[in-house]
Design a protein around this ligand. Structure first.
Ligand code: S3P
Length: 431
C-alpha cells in the first residue's frame, strides 16, 4: 500500500494569477446518473476528476452501462433507458454520500435488488432521510440500525408522493426526483430551505419537464430522457478555497475562469463581499441551464459576518474554509444553523474547531456553528484532516497566513474532490 502523502505548507505573501478549477462534482454525479437512464450515448467534457464521481461512474458501469473516456478525456456513457441491469456484486459508493443517496432513488424503481456499500465514513452517515421517502414511494430498503449503509434496496413499481423533507438536502431532493421520474403519477418535494438545484436543471437538460415554484419541485413519472453532450462548469466549492486564500492577502489578485455561477452555489460571493473582498463577474454564459462565467477578485477589509438560516444551507460546503480564514478577517465570523456539518464526511464543526485551536485561534463552538473573532494571529500546527478532503484543503489555506509551517498529513484525501489541489495552489501562491 502507498504511504499517505503529507504536505508541508509554508506561509505565503500573496495569491496571484488565474486558473480553471475541475468540473463541478454535484453536476457530474447527476449527469452520470441521468445519462444511465437516457437511452443512447452521452458525453461530458470536464467531468469532475475526483474519487467521488469515479464511484458514481463505477456504479453506473456495474448497472450495465458502458462507461469510457474518449481521446480528449471526456466521459462517455451509453445509457440503457429507465431500466438498468442488476449488478453482479455490491455497488461501492466509496466516500460519496451523493452517490449513495441519489443512486438509491434510481434503484428504488428498478425490478431487482441492489446492495450499496461505502467506506467507514460513509457507513456512519444518515440514510434514513432517503429511506423514508423512497419507502413511501413503494421500495423496500434495509439498512444497518435502520439508518446506515450497507443498504439493501428492493426496487418496485413506485408511485408518486408529496414529500416535505425534515432537512434541507439537495441529495435527498434529487434522490426523490429520480425516483419520481420512474414512478407512476406526480412527485412533489417541498424543501424547508432552498438547496442547490442541479437535479432539477439537469433533468430538464436531459429533456424532462420539471415544475418549480419557490421551494417546491414536481416531476411527472414515466418521462423519457434523451442523451446529453455537455461541458461541466468549474466547481464553485473547489474555487472557494482559492477565493478565500486570495481574500486574506491585501495585494492578491485572482481570476477564476469557467466557474459555475448558479445562484444556489454562489452565496460565497456575498460573504466575501461582506468581508470586504470585491468580486466581479465577466463573460457570464448559460450552458444547459447552468450559469457559468469568470470571477475576478480583489481583497479589501469588511465588517463582521453572520451566516444563518437559509444562507447556511446554500454555503454548506464552503463553511469549513470560511471558518478557517475567519480569524484573519477584520470582523470575524459567526455561523448558525449548521448542524448538518456534523454528519458530513466527518463532524466538520468539531474538526474545524480542533484545527483552529491547534493553530492558536480563539473559537467558540456552539451546537450548530461557531463564533470566530477576527484580527487574530495564528501559528503553524499539525493538522488533523479526519480523512476529509474539505478539512485538508481548508487548513492548507489557513496555513498560508500563519506564522511558521503547517503539516497536513494524509493530504491525499483531497483526491475525493480535487486531486490536483496542492499543485494548483502552489501555482498561485507567492512567497
Ligand atoms: C450535494 C449536496 C450537499 C453537499 C454535498 C453535495 C449535492 O449535501 O454537502 O457536498 O450534490 O447534492 P446535502 O444534500 O447532504 O446537504
Amino acid at each position: 500500500m502507498l504511504e499517505p502523502k503529507s504536505v508541508l505548507m509554508r506561509p505565503a505573501r500573496n495569491v496571484l494569477g488565474s486558473l480553471r478549477v475541475p468540473g463541478d462534482k454535484s453536476i457530474s454525479h447527476r449527469y452520470a446518473m441521468l445519462a444511465a437512464l437516457a437511452k443512447g450515448r452521452s458525453r461530458f467534457d470536464n467531468f469532475a476528476p475526483g474519487a467521488d464521481c469515479a464511484s458514481t461512474l463505477g456504479c453506473v458501469r456495474a448497472l450495465g452501462c458502458n462507461v469510457e473516456r474518449d481521446e480528449k478525456g471526456a466521459v462517455i456513457i451509453d445509457g440503457l433507458g429507465p431500466q438498468l441491469k442488476e449488478s453482479a456484486g455490491p455497488l461501492d459508493c466509496g466516500n460519496s454520500g451523493s452517490t449513495m443517496r441519489m443512486l438509491s432513488g434510481i434503484l428504488a424503481g428498478q425490478p431487482f435488488t441492489s446492495e450499496l456499500i461505502g467506506d467507514e465514513s460513509l457507513s456512519r452517515r444518515p440514510m434514513k432521510r432517503i429511506i423514508e421517502p423512497l419507502t413511501r414511494m413503494g421500495a423496500e430498503i434495509r439498512a444497518a440500525d435502520g439508518d446506515c449503509a450497507p443498504l439493501r434496496i428492493t426496487g418496485a413499481q413506485l408511485h408518486g408522493i408529496e414529500y416535505r423533507p425534515p432537512v434541507a438536502s439537495a441529495q435527498v431532493k434529487t434522490s426523490v426526483l429520480l425516483a419520481g421520474l420512474l414512478a407512476e403519477g406526480k412527485t412533489t418535494i417541498e424543501e424547508p430551505a432552498r438547496t442547490r438545484d442541479h437535479g432539477e436543471i439537469a433533468l430538464r437538460a436531459f429533456g424532462a419537464d420539471v415544475d418549480r415554484t419557490r421551494n417546491s419541485v414536481s416531476i411527472r413519472g414515466g418521462q423519457e430522457l434523451h442523451p446529453l453532450e455537455a461541458y461541466v462548469p468549474g466547481d464553485m466549492s473547489s474555487a472557494a478555497f482559492f477565493m478565500c486564500a486570495a481574500s486574506i492577502f491585501p495585494d492578491s489578485n485572482l481570476v477564476i475562469d469557467g466557474v459555475l455561477l448558479n445562484p444556489t452555489r454562489s452565496a460565497l460571493l456575498d460573504v466575501l463581499a461582506a468581508m470586504g473582498t470585491r468580486t466581479s463577474l465577466v463573460r457570464v454564459d448559460e450552458q444547459h441551464g447552468e450559469l457559468v462565467g469568470t470571477i475576478t477578485l480583489i481583497p479589501g477589509s469588511g465588517g463582521p459576518v453572520i451566516i444563518a438560516g437559509p444562507q447556511t444551507a446554500l454555503l454548506i460546503d464552503e463553511l469549513p474554509v470560511l471558518a478557517a480564514i475567519a480569524p484573519y478577517t477584520a470582523g470575524g465570523l459567526e455561523v448558525r444553523d449548521a448542524g448538518e456539518l456534523r454528519v458530513k464526511e466527518c463532524d466538520r464543526l468539531s474538526a474545524v474547531t480542533r484545527n483552529l485551536q491547534a493553530m492558536g485561534a480563539q473559537v467558540e463552538q456552539t451546537d450548530d456553528g461557531w463564533r470566530i473573532p477576527g484580527r487574530q494571529r495564528l501559528h503553524g500546527a499539525l493538522i488533523k484532516t479526519f480523512s476529509d478532503h474539505r478539512i485538508a484543503m481548508a487548513f492548507a489555506i489557513a496555513a498560508l497566513r500563519a506564522e511558521g509551517e503547517t503539516l497536513v498529513p494524509d493530504a491525499d484525501c483531497v483526491a475525493i474532490s480535487y486531486p490536483a489541489f496542492f499543485e494548483d495552489l502552489e501555482k498561485l501562491v507567492e512567497r
